[in-house]
Ligand binder design. Structure first.
Ligand SMILES: [Zn+2]
Length: 416
């Protein structure tokens, strides 16, 4: 039976550190138990011959998991959370602590997954307050914050206060792309231990697709290379024909850039594809949430209270719509970013071919096209195009309107 760290692909160093910390955390709990009920635990300790553990080694209250998208930041944080709740302190994968944490139902593990563009201060204050309570399972209160780089400044300050004076049994696990001040404030960073994850090699990604998802080896190898080390993306490419179709449409862009008009058409197509993908990904949740809220508010009721309830409901529905809009915007940007990463891979292939670098192409299925590009553009022209794609990503990240950034990129790709 694989333990909770089994899904962390190609991250041996990080896993070693986390295992050591989980063991140290378990030792802290044993030591605390010894203090409170010396007689009871002393017998057990004498039996196993365990000495007094040093609570200062290995474990700490605040952690940041960093790494490129898809490297497994949130996978690592969840696995570590499970190891902290594990009855054996190892993340065995079989005990109730491991099971409930991995299944998302452990009462002492709170998961913050921002659906909008940022995590607000209200949400963070409520979270910090609850995290200060005594863990009901007797181990740790764990708060996992995915995308901690999306904290608003006020939310970051609320979190900082909690990290500066952590309740004795509370552990914060933050996930962010890097420890750059744009991603995480310097003061929060200074209070956390950093666990850097790397982009897993394609061979490791392919191996996990075969072993865990039962994907055929040749498909797994292709998807792992095409996904450029992003495990979740590789799995989607291997399994979802729609995802493959979208990728093919993106990789057809370089061929289609034959003039100014074609460049604008390509920009529109890319934006609209991202919108459609995002809409499909959030539509189901939107409908379900609205139905749940309407039921809770008693919409359609005919009792005497119904009219008043509906008046109060308007505000709540508005709030829900605001949240859903923010989530849709985020989903659109994520979809567009995936497309840009694919496109960058194509020009990176052209560049490595122009330089005759002995590396495998990212996109094996468009390698011939990239080779033709390499001949036409040479290394310099290929690099300029790659830079145009990266500049577009950076512009969108800096809040330039996506359509404007993508149009500028397409023109640059056409002109070279
Ligand atoms: Zn366990």
């Amino acid at each position: 039976m694989p333990d909770v760290f089994a899904d962390l692909v190609g991250q041996d160093e990080a896993v070693t550190e986390l295992r050591r910390a989980a063991a140290a955390a378990a030792a802290v709990l044993r030591a605390a138990a010894t203090d409170r009920t010396p007689a009871l635990v002393a017998a057990g300790e004498a039996e196993t011959g365990a000495g007094t553990p040093d609570p200062g080694t290995g474990m700490t209250h605040a952690w940041i998991f960093t790494g490129p998208p898809g490297s497994g930041r949130s996978v690592a944080a969840r696995a570590f959370a499970a190891a902290l709740q594990c009855a054996y302190g190892t993340g065995c994968g079989e005990c109730p602590g491991c099971h409930t944490t991995m299944g998302g139902t452990n009462a002492d593990v709170r998961l913050v997954v921002p659906e909008g563009l940022s995590i607000g201060v209200g949400e963070m204050r409520a979270l910090v307050l609850r995290a200060a309570s005594t863990p009901s399972g007797g181990r740790w209160q764990v708060v996992v914050i995915e995308d901690a780089d999306r904290l608003t400044e006020a939310a970051g300050n609320a979190l900082l206060k909690a990290i500066e004076e952590p309740p004795p049994r509370t552990v914060f696990l933050l996930c962010a792309p890097s420890t750059h001040p744009d991603d995480i404030s310097v003061t929060i960073r200074s209070r956390c231990r950093v666990v850097p994850l790397r982009q897993p090699p394609a061979t490791a990604v392919a191996e996990v697709l075969v072993r865990r998802d039962g994907i055929a080896p040749d498909v797994a190898r292709w998807a792992a290379a095409a996904a450029q080390g992003h495990v979740g993306r590789a799995r989607r490419l291997a399994r979802d024909p729609e995802a493959r179709k979208r990728r093919e449409a993106v990789l057809a862009v370089p061929r289609r850039l034959t003039g100014v008009g074609a460049a604008f058409d390509a920009a529109s197509a890319l934006i609209e594809a991202a919108e459609a993908e995002a809409e499909a990904s959030v539509a189901e949740a939107d409908v379900a949430e609205r139905a749940a809220l309407e039921t809770a508010l008693g919409a359609g009721g005919t009792g005497r209270g119904a009219a008043g309830a509906i008046r109060g409901a308007a505000g709540q529905l508005k709030e829900l719509e605001k949240r859903q809009k923010s989530r849709a915007t985020r989903a659109q940007r994520d979809a567009l970013d995936r497309a840009l990463v694919d496109l960058a891979g194509f020009y990176r292939d052209a560049l490595t071919m122009a330089l005759r670098a002995p590396v495998d192409p990212v996109h094996t299925d468009t390698a011939a096209l990239a080779g033709a590009g390499a001949q036409k553009w040479d290394a310099e022209g290929s690099l300029r195009r790659l830079e145009a794609v990266l500049a577009c990503r950076a512009a969108i990240e800096a809040n330039v309107k996506p359509r404007i950034a993508v149009e500028a990129m397409m023109l640059a790709l056409w002109k070279g």
